[in-house]
Write a protein that binds this ligand. Structure first.
Ligand SMILES: [Zn+2]
Length: 412
């Protein structure tokens, strides 16, 4: 053991046999969701010496966050979570860390953010956001470590596009009915159960308004209920009242700081391990050989799914089955193929884009996910802002298919 005094604040962790501080310092982690788990992950990674964090959360700090979200205090109520987290982390935990903070919806984030990251840490509390992150992670072949907590239980899932199941695979988790929600076609197509109408309404609300609905806004509740009931009546389900819709799509799960702390600890550790594995060649030869023996003997592994129960004090890990038919990561998934690239002048009118797309693909486009592109006279550059890619839904012979198109905007 090294007994020479060190002036590095990371001295104690650098004494580990499988450790390379330079890998951590050269890495960028995108953390989506700065709530109970995400805030802890951000704090952990900052204290571990991560080089860069990109923090994303559109929510504002509420009074009910303060018993478990350690980055926030009473004076922060009403402020944006990502922006406050950035200031607090730099001020209190690591002044040399590079942090970008975004208060946008994840659907409106520039793709450059995903491309800059070495790994995504998903700490969100709803399936739509999870699905969106999952798709981007698969599309960009980015490692994705997702976490979720519910009362006494926490879980962490590690997703590697080539080797593991993704969140949309036919795996034991999430539960059957909820899993159906992760299938994109359920949201843009025929609802199979009544609750799908409410989730479909939320999906449409995002597309129309480019934001989450405010659960305290009666206007938003009305809009959601109207959208949900359009589907419910179309598919012969009983209609919703406003309270039912809000409870279905904006339900707040019970949360405990202890479960958040354990879950975020597991998630942070899996992030570091994934970074080390991805950059194995950075280790000096002797360490690399030792590392490899640990991997070969399975004394070093990244479980597909880890579940913590605060009730029994147990942490168990599981393998998940990758689904070759998966809409997102399966063999025929569009996400695993190269997206089509179209060069477009940002000054072109939106209606021109529709003409180009229809001619190119000989398809009748019905919508654009992540944004609403109406075939009008508005220049496409104003709609896309600094995004350079958008996902298109298309309808061909009553069979819904999706195409990812990367717009290469010409700066002019
Ligand atoms: Zn999958």
């Amino acid at each position: 053991m090294n007994s020479i005094p060190s002036d590095s604040v990371f001295d104690r962790q650098e004494r580990l046999s499988i450790w390379d501080q330079s890998i951590i310092e050269d890495s960028c982690v995108l953390i989506i969701g700065l709530g109970g788990t995400g805030g802890e992950v951000a704090k952990n990674l900052a204290l571990l010496g991560i080089g860069k964090l990109i923090l994303v959360d559109m929510d504002t700090i509420e009074f009910s966050n303060l018993n478990r979200q350690l980055l926030f205090s009473r004076s922060d109520i009403g402020k944006n979570k990502a922006r406050v987290a950035k200031e607090v982390i730099k001020d209190r935990f690591n002044s040399s860390i590079d942090i970008d903070a975004y208060s946008d919806t994840i659907q409106s984030l520039p793709f450059s953010i995903f491309e800059e990251a070495d790994i995504i840490s998903g700490c969100v509390d709803n399936f739509l956001a999870r699905q969106y992150i999952n798709e981007h992670a698969i599309e960009l072949s980015l490692p994705f470590i997702d976490s979720a907590t519910d009362g006494y239980f926490g879980q962490v899932q590690s997703i590697d596009v080539k080797n593991t199941a993704c969140l949309a695979c036919d795996s034991p988790h999430p539960p059957e009915e909820t899993r159906l929600l992760t299938a994109p076609c359920t949201l843009v197509g025929t609802p199979r159960i009544r609750e799908h109408c409410a989730w479909k309404a939320l999906y449409e609300f995002h597309t129309l308004n480019e934001r989450e609905p405010d659960e305290n806004s009666s206007e938003d509740a009305l809009k959601l209920t109207k959208l949900a009931n359009e589907s419910a009546s179309k598919y012969n389900f009983p209609l919703f009242d406003e309270k039912e819709v809000i409870q279905t799509v904006l339900y707040h799960v019970p949360s405990l700081i202890t479960v958040n702390a354990v879950t975020s600890g597991i998630q942070s550790q899996e992030i570091i391990k994934t970074l080390f594995l991805d950059k194995l060649n950075h280790f000096p030869e002797k360490s690399r050989k030792y590392f490899q023996t640990l991997i070969d003997s399975e004394r070093f592994r990244i479980p597909d799914l880890t579940i913590y129960s605060a009730l029994t004090g147990t942490i168990n890990s599981f393998d998940l089955k990758k689904d070759p038919e998966c809409l997102v990561c399966g063999d025929s998934s569009m996400y695993c193929q190269n997206p089509t690239t179209i060069n477009i002048n940002p000054k072109s009118k939106c209606r021109t884009i529709f003409t180009v797309l229809k001619r190119k693909f000989k398809k009748d486009f019905i919508g654009f996910r992540g944004n609403t592109l109406i075939p009008g006279d508005v220049p496409v550059g104003e709609i896309l802002k600094d995004r350079d890619r958008i996902t298109v839904s298309s309808l061909i012979d009553d069979d819904e298919k999706r195409i990812i198109i990367r717009f290469k905007t010409k700066k002019s």
